[in-house]
Design a protein around this ligand. Structure first.
Ligand code: AMP
Length: 504
Protein backbone atom coordinates (compact mmCIF):
# COMPACT_ATOMS: atom_id res chain seq x y z
CA UNK A 1 0.00 0.00 0.00
CA UNK A 2 1.31 3.48 -0.80
CA UNK A 3 1.16 5.74 2.18
CA UNK A 4 -1.77 8.17 1.79
CA UNK A 5 -0.65 10.27 4.76
CA UNK A 6 -1.22 13.88 3.71
CA UNK A 7 2.06 15.00 5.27
CA UNK A 8 4.03 12.46 3.23
CA UNK A 9 2.25 13.49 0.05
CA UNK A 10 2.99 17.16 0.68
CA UNK A 11 6.58 16.43 1.71
CA UNK A 12 7.17 14.65 -1.60
CA UNK A 13 6.78 18.10 -3.19
CA UNK A 14 9.10 19.96 -0.84
CA UNK A 15 11.98 21.52 -2.80
CA UNK A 16 15.16 19.52 -3.35
CA UNK A 17 17.01 22.32 -1.60
CA UNK A 18 15.59 21.86 1.88
CA UNK A 19 17.36 24.99 3.01
CA UNK A 20 14.98 27.15 1.04
CA UNK A 21 12.40 29.07 3.07
CA UNK A 22 9.06 27.52 3.98
CA UNK A 23 7.76 30.04 6.53
CA UNK A 24 8.90 33.60 6.98
CA UNK A 25 7.63 35.81 9.75
CA UNK A 26 6.95 39.51 9.09
CA UNK A 27 10.18 40.37 10.90
CA UNK A 28 11.95 38.01 8.45
CA UNK A 29 12.77 35.10 10.77
CA UNK A 30 12.90 32.07 8.48
CA UNK A 31 11.90 28.44 8.91
CA UNK A 32 13.41 26.39 6.09
CA UNK A 33 11.78 23.19 4.83
CA UNK A 34 14.54 21.31 6.69
CA UNK A 35 13.57 23.14 9.90
CA UNK A 36 9.92 22.26 9.39
CA UNK A 37 10.76 18.60 8.83
CA UNK A 38 12.98 18.43 11.91
CA UNK A 39 10.67 20.34 14.24
CA UNK A 40 7.57 18.41 13.15
CA UNK A 41 9.53 15.18 13.73
CA UNK A 42 10.27 16.30 17.32
CA UNK A 43 6.64 17.14 18.03
CA UNK A 44 5.45 13.88 16.46
CA UNK A 45 7.91 11.91 18.59
CA UNK A 46 6.74 13.71 21.69
CA UNK A 47 3.11 12.97 20.87
CA UNK A 48 3.93 9.31 20.48
CA UNK A 49 5.73 9.38 23.82
CA UNK A 50 2.62 10.95 25.34
CA UNK A 51 0.57 8.00 24.17
CA UNK A 52 -0.98 9.53 21.04
CA UNK A 53 -1.74 6.59 18.75
CA UNK A 54 -2.87 6.78 15.11
CA UNK A 55 -6.53 7.85 15.01
CA UNK A 56 -6.36 9.67 18.36
CA UNK A 57 -7.56 13.26 18.36
CA UNK A 58 -5.22 16.10 19.33
CA UNK A 59 -7.06 19.30 20.27
CA UNK A 60 -5.12 22.50 19.70
CA UNK A 61 -6.14 25.94 20.91
CA UNK A 62 -3.13 28.18 20.32
CA UNK A 63 -2.35 31.50 18.67
CA UNK A 64 -1.19 31.43 15.08
CA UNK A 65 2.58 31.08 14.62
CA UNK A 66 4.96 29.00 12.47
CA UNK A 67 5.21 26.47 15.31
CA UNK A 68 1.41 26.19 15.45
CA UNK A 69 1.41 25.15 11.79
CA UNK A 70 4.28 22.74 12.40
CA UNK A 71 2.24 21.21 15.22
CA UNK A 72 -0.53 20.52 12.70
CA UNK A 73 1.98 18.84 10.38
CA UNK A 74 3.31 16.82 13.32
CA UNK A 75 -0.20 15.55 14.09
CA UNK A 76 -0.50 14.35 10.51
CA UNK A 77 2.90 12.67 10.72
CA UNK A 78 1.90 10.87 13.91
CA UNK A 79 -1.32 9.69 12.26
CA UNK A 80 -3.37 11.69 14.78
CA UNK A 81 -6.55 13.58 13.97
CA UNK A 82 -5.98 17.32 14.24
CA UNK A 83 -8.70 19.28 16.01
CA UNK A 84 -8.08 23.05 15.79
CA UNK A 85 -10.01 25.36 18.09
CA UNK A 86 -10.49 29.08 17.65
CA UNK A 87 -8.43 30.82 20.37
CA UNK A 88 -11.49 33.01 21.00
CA UNK A 89 -13.54 30.07 22.34
CA UNK A 90 -14.13 30.45 26.08
CA UNK A 91 -13.63 27.53 28.47
CA UNK A 92 -17.32 26.60 28.36
CA UNK A 93 -17.13 25.93 24.62
CA UNK A 94 -13.81 24.12 24.83
CA UNK A 95 -15.41 21.92 27.48
CA UNK A 96 -18.01 20.84 24.92
CA UNK A 97 -15.42 20.06 22.23
CA UNK A 98 -13.26 18.02 24.59
CA UNK A 99 -16.26 16.04 25.79
CA UNK A 100 -17.43 15.36 22.27
CA UNK A 101 -14.11 14.63 20.54
CA UNK A 102 -12.36 12.88 23.47
CA UNK A 103 -8.87 13.90 22.43
CA UNK A 104 -5.83 12.06 23.74
CA UNK A 105 -3.84 15.27 24.01
CA UNK A 106 -4.62 18.98 24.37
CA UNK A 107 -2.24 21.77 23.42
CA UNK A 108 -3.17 25.21 24.72
CA UNK A 109 -1.72 28.68 25.22
CA UNK A 110 0.60 29.12 28.20
CA UNK A 111 -1.83 31.61 29.74
CA UNK A 112 -4.70 29.09 29.48
CA UNK A 113 -2.76 26.22 31.04
CA UNK A 114 -4.68 26.25 34.33
CA UNK A 115 -8.13 26.33 32.80
CA UNK A 116 -7.23 23.71 30.20
CA UNK A 117 -5.68 21.59 32.95
CA UNK A 118 -8.96 21.60 34.87
CA UNK A 119 -10.92 20.66 31.74
CA UNK A 120 -8.49 17.87 30.90
CA UNK A 121 -8.79 16.46 34.40
CA UNK A 122 -12.58 16.51 34.16
CA UNK A 123 -12.50 14.66 30.84
CA UNK A 124 -9.83 12.17 31.87
CA UNK A 125 -7.24 13.58 29.46
CA UNK A 126 -3.59 13.85 30.51
CA UNK A 127 -1.87 17.13 31.39
CA UNK A 128 -2.08 19.62 28.49
CA UNK A 129 0.98 20.89 26.69
CA UNK A 130 1.38 24.60 26.00
CA UNK A 131 2.60 26.56 23.03
CA UNK A 132 3.15 30.32 23.04
CA UNK A 133 3.99 32.63 20.18
CA UNK A 134 7.52 33.30 21.43
CA UNK A 135 9.89 30.42 22.07
CA UNK A 136 7.78 29.52 25.08
CA UNK A 137 5.63 26.60 26.13
CA UNK A 138 6.05 23.07 27.46
CA UNK A 139 5.67 21.61 23.95
CA UNK A 140 8.92 23.28 22.89
CA UNK A 141 10.76 22.40 26.10
CA UNK A 142 9.69 18.77 26.10
CA UNK A 143 10.35 18.25 22.40
CA UNK A 144 13.92 19.65 22.47
CA UNK A 145 15.38 16.30 23.40
CA UNK A 146 13.32 14.41 20.82
CA UNK A 147 14.84 13.01 17.61
CA UNK A 148 14.63 15.24 14.55
CA UNK A 149 13.63 12.32 12.34
CA UNK A 150 10.32 10.55 12.40
CA UNK A 151 8.89 7.94 10.06
CA UNK A 152 5.57 9.39 9.01
CA UNK A 153 2.84 6.96 10.06
CA UNK A 154 1.13 4.96 7.30
CA UNK A 155 -2.41 6.09 6.65
CA UNK A 156 -5.09 4.90 4.24
CA UNK A 157 -6.85 7.48 2.04
CA UNK A 158 -10.05 7.28 4.11
CA UNK A 159 -8.36 7.61 7.50
CA UNK A 160 -9.18 10.82 9.32
CA UNK A 161 -6.70 13.69 9.21
CA UNK A 162 -8.71 16.44 10.85
CA UNK A 163 -11.88 17.14 12.78
CA UNK A 164 -13.23 20.67 12.30
CA UNK A 165 -16.26 21.79 14.21
CA UNK A 166 -18.88 23.74 12.35
CA UNK A 167 -22.08 25.28 13.58
CA UNK A 168 -23.89 24.25 10.43
CA UNK A 169 -27.44 25.45 10.23
CA UNK A 170 -28.67 24.94 13.78
CA UNK A 171 -27.88 23.55 17.19
CA UNK A 172 -24.64 22.28 18.68
CA UNK A 173 -21.46 22.42 16.61
CA UNK A 174 -20.78 19.20 14.74
CA UNK A 175 -17.35 17.74 14.04
CA UNK A 176 -16.74 17.44 10.30
CA UNK A 177 -14.47 14.44 9.69
CA UNK A 178 -11.95 15.13 6.94
CA UNK A 179 -9.81 12.36 5.52
CA UNK A 180 -6.27 12.45 4.18
CA UNK A 181 -7.70 11.91 0.69
CA UNK A 182 -10.26 14.73 1.07
CA UNK A 183 -7.55 17.21 1.96
CA UNK A 184 -4.94 16.07 -0.52
CA UNK A 185 -7.30 15.89 -3.49
CA UNK A 186 -8.55 19.42 -2.81
CA UNK A 187 -4.99 20.70 -2.42
CA UNK A 188 -3.98 19.23 -5.77
CA UNK A 189 -7.03 20.60 -7.57
CA UNK A 190 -6.51 24.13 -6.21
CA UNK A 191 -2.77 24.03 -6.84
CA UNK A 192 -3.49 23.32 -10.49
CA UNK A 193 -6.52 25.61 -10.84
CA UNK A 194 -4.69 28.64 -9.47
CA UNK A 195 -1.52 27.98 -11.45
CA UNK A 196 0.93 27.70 -8.56
CA UNK A 197 4.47 27.94 -9.91
CA UNK A 198 8.11 28.28 -8.96
CA UNK A 199 8.81 31.65 -7.38
CA UNK A 200 5.39 32.01 -5.76
CA UNK A 201 5.24 33.55 -2.28
CA UNK A 202 1.95 33.58 -0.38
CA UNK A 203 1.18 36.38 2.04
CA UNK A 204 -0.69 34.44 4.76
CA UNK A 205 -2.84 36.57 7.07
CA UNK A 206 -5.78 34.22 7.66
CA UNK A 207 -6.37 32.33 10.92
CA UNK A 208 -5.30 28.68 10.88
CA UNK A 209 -8.15 27.10 12.84
CA UNK A 210 -10.36 27.21 9.74
CA UNK A 211 -10.43 25.43 6.38
CA UNK A 212 -9.50 28.60 4.45
CA UNK A 213 -6.27 29.54 6.22
CA UNK A 214 -5.20 26.05 7.23
CA UNK A 215 -6.05 23.89 4.25
CA UNK A 216 -6.59 26.10 1.21
CA UNK A 217 -3.69 28.44 1.87
CA UNK A 218 -1.13 26.17 3.56
CA UNK A 219 -1.65 22.98 1.56
CA UNK A 220 -1.34 24.71 -1.81
CA UNK A 221 1.86 26.48 -0.76
CA UNK A 222 3.39 23.36 0.79
CA UNK A 223 2.49 21.35 -2.29
CA UNK A 224 4.21 24.02 -4.34
CA UNK A 225 7.28 23.84 -2.12
CA UNK A 226 7.24 27.62 -1.93
CA UNK A 227 7.35 30.05 1.00
CA UNK A 228 4.59 31.74 2.95
CA UNK A 229 4.99 35.02 4.77
CA UNK A 230 3.21 33.90 7.90
CA UNK A 231 1.58 36.74 9.82
CA UNK A 232 -0.17 36.40 13.17
CA UNK A 233 -3.31 38.11 11.87
CA UNK A 234 -4.65 40.41 9.20
CA UNK A 235 -3.67 44.03 9.49
CA UNK A 236 -4.31 46.31 6.51
CA UNK A 237 -1.26 48.53 6.99
CA UNK A 238 0.97 45.49 7.47
CA UNK A 239 -0.54 43.90 4.35
CA UNK A 240 0.35 47.01 2.34
CA UNK A 241 3.92 46.77 3.60
CA UNK A 242 4.28 43.05 2.86
CA UNK A 243 2.34 42.64 -0.41
CA UNK A 244 5.32 43.74 -2.55
CA UNK A 245 7.25 40.71 -1.18
CA UNK A 246 4.50 38.26 -2.22
CA UNK A 247 2.94 36.96 -5.44
CA UNK A 248 -0.30 35.59 -3.95
CA UNK A 249 -2.80 36.76 -1.38
CA UNK A 250 -5.83 34.98 0.03
CA UNK A 251 -8.43 36.75 2.11
CA UNK A 252 -11.99 36.99 3.29
CA UNK A 253 -13.98 39.89 1.79
CA UNK A 254 -13.42 42.05 4.87
CA UNK A 255 -9.67 42.03 4.16
CA UNK A 256 -10.32 43.55 0.74
CA UNK A 257 -12.68 46.17 2.14
CA UNK A 258 -10.07 47.14 4.72
CA UNK A 259 -7.29 47.28 2.12
CA UNK A 260 -9.42 49.65 0.06
CA UNK A 261 -9.85 51.74 3.19
CA UNK A 262 -6.08 52.33 3.39
CA UNK A 263 -5.10 55.73 2.05
CA UNK A 264 -2.62 55.26 -0.78
CA UNK A 265 -3.46 51.58 -1.38
CA UNK A 266 -3.30 50.91 -5.10
CA UNK A 267 -1.43 49.42 -8.01
CA UNK A 268 1.97 49.86 -6.36
CA UNK A 269 1.14 47.40 -3.56
CA UNK A 270 -0.32 44.91 -6.01
CA UNK A 271 2.44 45.20 -8.61
CA UNK A 272 4.17 41.95 -7.65
CA UNK A 273 0.97 39.98 -6.97
CA UNK A 274 -0.25 37.57 -9.62
CA UNK A 275 -3.44 36.47 -7.85
CA UNK A 276 -5.80 37.79 -5.18
CA UNK A 277 -8.26 35.13 -3.95
CA UNK A 278 -11.39 35.76 -1.89
CA UNK A 279 -13.78 33.41 -0.15
CA UNK A 280 -15.57 32.24 3.02
CA UNK A 281 -18.23 34.94 2.63
CA UNK A 282 -19.75 36.80 -0.32
CA UNK A 283 -17.60 39.44 -1.95
CA UNK A 284 -19.70 42.50 -2.72
CA UNK A 285 -19.72 43.53 -6.35
CA UNK A 286 -18.74 47.04 -5.27
CA UNK A 287 -15.64 45.68 -3.54
CA UNK A 288 -14.76 43.58 -6.60
CA UNK A 289 -15.12 46.62 -8.90
CA UNK A 290 -13.40 49.10 -6.57
CA UNK A 291 -10.47 46.72 -6.16
CA UNK A 292 -10.13 46.32 -9.91
CA UNK A 293 -10.26 50.05 -10.41
CA UNK A 294 -7.73 50.81 -7.71
CA UNK A 295 -5.20 48.01 -8.35
CA UNK A 296 -5.88 46.69 -11.84
CA UNK A 297 -6.43 43.24 -10.27
CA UNK A 298 -9.56 41.15 -10.70
CA UNK A 299 -10.14 39.25 -7.47
CA UNK A 300 -10.75 35.53 -7.98
CA UNK A 301 -13.71 34.44 -5.84
CA UNK A 302 -14.15 30.82 -4.84
CA UNK A 303 -16.68 28.96 -2.72
CA UNK A 304 -16.31 26.20 -0.21
CA UNK A 305 -17.15 25.01 3.25
CA UNK A 306 -15.66 23.11 6.16
CA UNK A 307 -17.35 19.85 5.14
CA UNK A 308 -16.14 19.86 1.56
CA UNK A 309 -13.13 22.09 1.13
CA UNK A 310 -13.39 24.12 -2.05
CA UNK A 311 -16.10 23.27 -4.56
CA UNK A 312 -16.13 26.07 -7.12
CA UNK A 313 -13.72 28.71 -8.31
CA UNK A 314 -13.71 31.50 -10.82
CA UNK A 315 -11.07 30.72 -13.43
CA UNK A 316 -7.44 31.77 -13.41
CA UNK A 317 -7.67 32.29 -17.18
CA UNK A 318 -11.06 33.37 -18.39
CA UNK A 319 -13.77 35.58 -17.00
CA UNK A 320 -13.88 36.14 -13.24
CA UNK A 321 -17.46 37.22 -12.88
CA UNK A 322 -18.49 39.56 -10.06
CA UNK A 323 -21.18 38.17 -7.78
CA UNK A 324 -20.48 34.57 -8.81
CA UNK A 325 -18.22 31.90 -7.35
CA UNK A 326 -17.35 30.43 -10.75
CA UNK A 327 -17.87 26.95 -12.14
CA UNK A 328 -17.38 23.73 -10.12
CA UNK A 329 -13.75 22.68 -9.68
CA UNK A 330 -12.52 19.60 -11.58
CA UNK A 331 -13.81 16.40 -9.96
CA UNK A 332 -16.66 18.16 -8.14
CA UNK A 333 -20.12 17.12 -9.25
CA UNK A 334 -22.36 20.06 -8.34
CA UNK A 335 -26.09 20.42 -8.87
CA UNK A 336 -28.95 22.64 -7.72
CA UNK A 337 -32.08 20.91 -6.43
CA UNK A 338 -35.61 22.01 -5.73
CA UNK A 339 -37.24 21.25 -2.41
CA UNK A 340 -38.89 18.16 -3.87
CA UNK A 341 -35.50 16.82 -4.91
CA UNK A 342 -35.89 17.41 -8.64
CA UNK A 343 -33.20 19.30 -10.53
CA UNK A 344 -33.57 23.05 -10.85
CA UNK A 345 -33.32 24.50 -14.33
CA UNK A 346 -30.58 26.93 -15.45
CA UNK A 347 -30.81 30.14 -13.45
CA UNK A 348 -33.39 28.68 -11.03
CA UNK A 349 -32.60 29.00 -7.32
CA UNK A 350 -32.41 25.84 -5.22
CA UNK A 351 -30.16 24.08 -2.73
CA UNK A 352 -26.60 23.44 -3.83
CA UNK A 353 -25.54 19.80 -3.52
CA UNK A 354 -22.26 18.14 -4.31
CA UNK A 355 -20.36 14.92 -4.59
CA UNK A 356 -16.66 14.35 -5.12
CA UNK A 357 -13.36 13.39 -3.49
CA UNK A 358 -13.52 16.66 -1.53
CA UNK A 359 -16.71 15.69 0.34
CA UNK A 360 -16.11 14.80 4.00
CA UNK A 361 -16.63 11.44 5.70
CA UNK A 362 -19.52 12.62 7.89
CA UNK A 363 -20.13 14.25 11.27
CA UNK A 364 -18.25 12.83 14.22
CA UNK A 365 -20.35 10.25 16.05
CA UNK A 366 -23.56 11.50 14.41
CA UNK A 367 -24.46 8.87 11.81
CA UNK A 368 -28.10 9.93 11.71
CA UNK A 369 -27.36 13.63 11.23
CA UNK A 370 -24.82 12.66 8.59
CA UNK A 371 -27.31 10.50 6.73
CA UNK A 372 -29.86 13.32 6.80
CA UNK A 373 -27.40 15.67 5.08
CA UNK A 374 -26.92 13.35 2.10
CA UNK A 375 -29.37 12.57 -0.68
CA UNK A 376 -30.25 8.99 -1.58
CA UNK A 377 -27.78 9.15 -4.48
CA UNK A 378 -24.95 10.36 -2.28
CA UNK A 379 -24.88 14.15 -2.79
CA UNK A 380 -24.12 16.36 0.21
CA UNK A 381 -26.78 18.98 0.89
CA UNK A 382 -24.77 22.14 1.44
CA UNK A 383 -27.56 24.21 2.99
CA UNK A 384 -26.58 27.01 0.59
CA UNK A 385 -29.08 28.38 -1.88
CA UNK A 386 -27.80 29.19 -5.31
CA UNK A 387 -28.18 28.87 -9.03
CA UNK A 388 -26.13 27.81 -12.03
CA UNK A 389 -26.17 29.96 -15.13
CA UNK A 390 -26.30 28.52 -18.65
CA UNK A 391 -22.53 28.66 -18.91
CA UNK A 392 -21.89 26.86 -15.62
CA UNK A 393 -21.13 29.81 -13.30
CA UNK A 394 -22.56 29.32 -9.82
CA UNK A 395 -24.00 32.15 -7.70
CA UNK A 396 -24.78 31.85 -4.00
CA UNK A 397 -27.94 33.64 -2.92
CA UNK A 398 -27.77 32.83 0.78
CA UNK A 399 -27.91 30.14 3.41
CA UNK A 400 -31.11 28.11 3.62
CA UNK A 401 -31.62 29.29 7.18
CA UNK A 402 -31.30 32.91 6.05
CA UNK A 403 -34.07 32.54 3.51
CA UNK A 404 -36.97 34.80 4.45
CA UNK A 405 -40.44 33.36 3.97
CA UNK A 406 -42.97 36.15 4.03
CA UNK A 407 -46.63 35.39 3.49
CA UNK A 408 -45.62 32.07 1.94
CA UNK A 409 -43.29 33.71 -0.58
CA UNK A 410 -39.56 33.00 -0.62
CA UNK A 411 -37.37 36.06 -0.45
CA UNK A 412 -33.68 35.54 -1.15
CA UNK A 413 -31.85 38.13 0.95
CA UNK A 414 -29.00 38.47 -1.53
CA UNK A 415 -31.29 39.77 -4.27
CA UNK A 416 -32.54 42.58 -2.02
CA UNK A 417 -29.11 43.31 -0.53
CA UNK A 418 -27.56 43.75 -3.97
CA UNK A 419 -30.08 46.44 -4.80
CA UNK A 420 -29.70 48.25 -1.49
CA UNK A 421 -25.91 48.17 -1.78
CA UNK A 422 -26.14 49.97 -5.12
CA UNK A 423 -27.93 52.97 -3.59
CA UNK A 424 -25.91 56.13 -3.10
CA UNK A 425 -24.75 56.51 0.47
CA UNK A 426 -24.94 52.79 1.31
CA UNK A 427 -21.79 50.99 2.41
CA UNK A 428 -23.42 47.59 2.91
CA UNK A 429 -26.58 45.91 4.05
CA UNK A 430 -28.09 42.72 5.41
CA UNK A 431 -31.63 41.54 4.84
CA UNK A 432 -33.24 39.36 7.49
CA UNK A 433 -36.68 38.03 8.37
CA UNK A 434 -38.25 39.09 11.66
CA UNK A 435 -41.24 37.32 13.18
CA UNK A 436 -44.55 38.80 12.06
CA UNK A 437 -48.05 37.76 13.20
CA UNK A 438 -49.58 37.84 9.72
CA UNK A 439 -46.76 37.08 7.33
CA UNK A 440 -44.76 34.63 9.43
CA UNK A 441 -41.70 36.71 8.70
CA UNK A 442 -41.33 40.31 7.68
CA UNK A 443 -38.57 41.36 5.29
CA UNK A 444 -36.29 43.71 7.21
CA UNK A 445 -33.19 45.56 6.04
CA UNK A 446 -30.24 46.57 8.19
CA UNK A 447 -28.29 49.26 6.36
CA UNK A 448 -24.83 50.66 7.02
CA UNK A 449 -24.49 54.12 5.52
CA UNK A 450 -21.21 55.49 4.20
CA UNK A 451 -19.58 57.27 7.15
CA UNK A 452 -20.58 60.90 7.43
CA UNK A 453 -23.70 60.76 5.26
CA UNK A 454 -27.32 60.95 6.39
CA UNK A 455 -28.70 59.58 3.13
CA UNK A 456 -30.59 57.44 2.23
CA UNK A 457 -33.42 57.64 4.73
CA UNK A 458 -35.51 54.63 5.74
CA UNK A 459 -38.28 55.78 3.48
CA UNK A 460 -36.02 56.39 0.50
CA UNK A 461 -34.60 52.85 0.74
CA UNK A 462 -38.10 51.44 0.66
CA UNK A 463 -39.16 53.73 -2.20
CA UNK A 464 -36.12 52.83 -4.29
CA UNK A 465 -36.75 49.11 -3.85
CA UNK A 466 -40.42 49.41 -4.72
CA UNK A 467 -39.33 50.44 -8.21
CA UNK A 468 -37.25 47.33 -8.63
CA UNK A 469 -38.84 44.47 -6.73
CA UNK A 470 -42.09 42.60 -6.29
CA UNK A 471 -43.79 44.11 -3.27
CA UNK A 472 -43.45 41.00 -1.07
CA UNK A 473 -39.67 41.32 -1.38
CA UNK A 474 -39.51 44.98 -0.39
CA UNK A 475 -38.36 45.45 3.21
CA UNK A 476 -41.17 46.66 5.41
CA UNK A 477 -38.76 47.94 8.02
CA UNK A 478 -35.30 49.46 7.70
CA UNK A 479 -32.80 49.86 10.52
CA UNK A 480 -29.48 51.68 10.39
CA UNK A 481 -26.37 50.28 12.02
CA UNK A 482 -22.77 51.53 12.26
CA UNK A 483 -21.50 48.15 11.12
CA UNK A 484 -22.67 44.59 10.55
CA UNK A 485 -21.65 41.97 13.12
CA UNK A 486 -19.16 39.57 11.52
CA UNK A 487 -17.38 36.47 12.74
CA UNK A 488 -13.65 36.01 12.39
CA UNK A 489 -14.07 34.67 8.85
CA UNK A 490 -15.89 37.80 7.74
CA UNK A 491 -19.35 36.22 7.66
CA UNK A 492 -22.23 38.50 8.59
CA UNK A 493 -23.88 37.02 11.68
CA UNK A 494 -27.52 37.27 10.70
CA UNK A 495 -28.60 35.43 13.81
CA UNK A 496 -27.14 38.29 15.87
CA UNK A 497 -29.08 40.82 13.77
CA UNK A 498 -32.29 38.82 14.05
CA UNK A 499 -31.95 38.72 17.79
CA UNK A 500 -31.01 42.39 18.12
CA UNK A 501 -33.80 43.76 15.94
CA UNK A 502 -36.50 41.31 16.99
CA UNK A 503 -36.18 42.98 20.38
CA UNK A 504 -36.61 46.33 18.60
P1 AMP B 1 -17.33 27.51 6.62
O1 AMP B 1 -17.74 26.11 6.83
O2 AMP B 1 -17.09 28.28 7.87
O3 AMP B 1 -16.17 27.61 5.66
O4 AMP B 1 -18.55 28.26 5.93
C1 AMP B 1 -19.01 27.80 4.71
C2 AMP B 1 -20.10 28.70 4.22
O5 AMP B 1 -19.59 29.99 3.90
C3 AMP B 1 -20.70 28.20 2.93
O6 AMP B 1 -21.62 27.16 3.15
C4 AMP B 1 -21.30 29.47 2.38
O7 AMP B 1 -22.54 29.72 3.00
C5 AMP B 1 -20.31 30.54 2.81
N1 AMP B 1 -19.36 30.88 1.74
C6 AMP B 1 -18.11 30.43 1.54
N2 AMP B 1 -17.56 31.00 0.46
C7 AMP B 1 -18.48 31.84 -0.04
C8 AMP B 1 -18.54 32.74 -1.16
N3 AMP B 1 -17.49 32.91 -1.96
N4 AMP B 1 -19.68 33.42 -1.37
C9 AMP B 1 -20.76 33.27 -0.56
N5 AMP B 1 -20.76 32.47 0.51
C10 AMP B 1 -19.64 31.76 0.77
Amino acid sequence: MTNANLYGLLEAHFPADRLSPCLETPNTAVWTFADVEAESARYASLMRERGVAPGDRVAVQVEKSPRALILYLACLRAGAVYLPLNPAYPEREVDYFLGDAEPRLVVTRPESADGAGRLCERHGIGEPLTLGTGDDGTLIEASRSMPDRFDTVERAPDDLAALLYTSGTTGQPKGAMLTHANLFSNAEVLHRAWGFRAGDVLLHMLPIFHTHGLFVACHTSLLNGSPMIFCPRFDAAEACRLLPRATLFMGVPTFYVRLLGQAGFGSAQGANIRLFVSGSAPLLEQTFEAFRERTGHTILERYGMTECGMSTSNPLDGERRAGTVGPPLPGVDLRVSREDGTSAGPGEVGEIEFKGPNVFAGYWRLPEKTAAEFTADGFFRSGDLGRIDDDGYVSIVGRGKDLVISGGFNVYPKEVELLIDRLDGVAESAVIGLPHPDFGEQVTAVVVRTPGVAWPTKQSVIEALKQALASYKVPKRVFFADELPRNSMGKVQKSVLRERFARG
